[in-house]
Design a protein around this ligand. Structure first.
Ligand code: AVI
Length: 335
């Protein structure tokens, strides 16, 4: 077991999960690119969007006036921090799956107090973990202990010490749940439940269905940040897998599919072209207008969230909705 780092230090303790092996990660990237780019329709998993530049672009997206998730969620966290803090109690444990910049956790700690909190941050991005540690280290007077887990959500959950005496809250914020399809979300929620004991809690942030023009502005913003975030995936494959995607021959496209309740991001081939992905041993023959599907963002109904989460072994306790931005924060207790 790793020794937790102190929030007063910005050292990252990465040892809570076995160190990630760079070559194994690269082989996995090549395998995934080869597999998903040959599917019909062609696809790439959305978690590949988050290399160092992708994570920085996503942080910037969170500041866009058209992408209202982060701002709405921070407001709800600030407003209801005390109630959320009571779900953990003093000297509790807070696990954040996908910590981003650490701003949400810092907001919660500042607004709720939470003395003697032990925070576990789970994220695949080293840069995100480093930024979060820094953000938490700047909190004045906080005795928060921080342990970082550079890991997938699943690995991070499995690495948590089981049967902890402290009360635990797992925070799954930012509508990250929306990037999973229904079976994936159900499987992840079951893993979350398995990491908790009865009376522990889950805090879930989920973006709600809203008018199509608002969704399209959020996922295809007028200054092109989301387009850059999406196209950076091709930059990553060019760099890491020696691919030769010509960025000028692809366009970003966001589509709302009401029947599936999701916004999809795609990269559209602007002409018939051949792309070589050397390290994946793959030659792609793309037709004009052919799309590579890079992300799904499911949107929910506030009243429907309990039907997604409760079957995994939770009971809904409280829900707060920002009606203007159409975003919900819901607190569940492990049954
Ligand atoms: C991280 N995730 C919840 C974001 C979303 O809204 O699906 C990622 C994102 N994609 C485009 N903009 C932001």
């Amino acid at each position: 077991m790793s020794k937790p780092t102190s929030a007063a230090s910005s050292r990252i303790d990465d040892a809570a999960v076995r160190p990630r092996d760079e070559r194994a990660e690269w082989l996995e990237l090549a395998r995934e690119a080869r597999f998903y780019l040959q599917q019909t329709p062609r696809q790439l998993p959305s978690r590949l969007l988050y290399d160092a530049l992708g994570s920085a672009l996503f942080d910037a997206i969170c500041h866009l006036p058209w992408y209202r998730i982060t701002h709405a969620e921070l407001g709800l966290l600030r407003q209801h921090a005390r109630t959320i803090g009571q779900a953990i109690g003093p000297r509790g444990r807070l696990v954040e799956l996908g910590c981003g910049s650490g701003e949400k956790l810092a907001t919660l700690i500042t607004s709720a107090g939470m003395p003697g909190l032990h925070a576990h941050l789970v994220d695949l991005s080293h840069a995100a973990l480093a930024r979060s540690v820094q953000t938490l280290a700047m909190l004045k007077g906080s005795e928060t202990r921080v342990t970082t887990h550079r890991a997938t959500y699943e690995e991070g959950l499995l690495a948590l010490p089981a049967g902890a005496a402290e009360r635990t809250l797992i925070a799954f914020l930012g509508s990250n749940i929306g990037n999973f399809d229904a079976p994936g979300a159900a499987a992840l929620l079951r893993l979350v439940r398995a990491a908790l004991g009865p009376g522990d809690a889950l805090l879930l942030g989920a973006d709600l269905v809203k008018p199509e023009h608002e969704l399209l502005l959020a996922y295809d913003d007028p200054i092109g940040l989301t387009a850059a975030f999406n196209k950076n995936l091709l930059v990553r494959l060019n760099r890491e897998l020696r691919a030769d995607f010509d960025l000028g021959r692809f366009a970003h496209r966001a589509v709302w599919r009401p029947e599936a309740s999701r916004v999809e991001m795609h990269l559209v081939s602007l002409s018939a072209q051949t792309v070589d992905v050397k390290d994946a041993e793959l030659q792609l023959a793309l037709e004009r207008d052919e799309m590579i599907w890079t992300e799904s963002s499911y949107k929910f109904e506030a009243t429907g969230l309990r039907h997604l989460v409760e079957p995994a072994g939770f009971v809904q306790r409280q829900q707060w909705v920002d009606e203007d931005a159409r975003f919900a924060l819901t607190l569940f207790a492990a049954a």
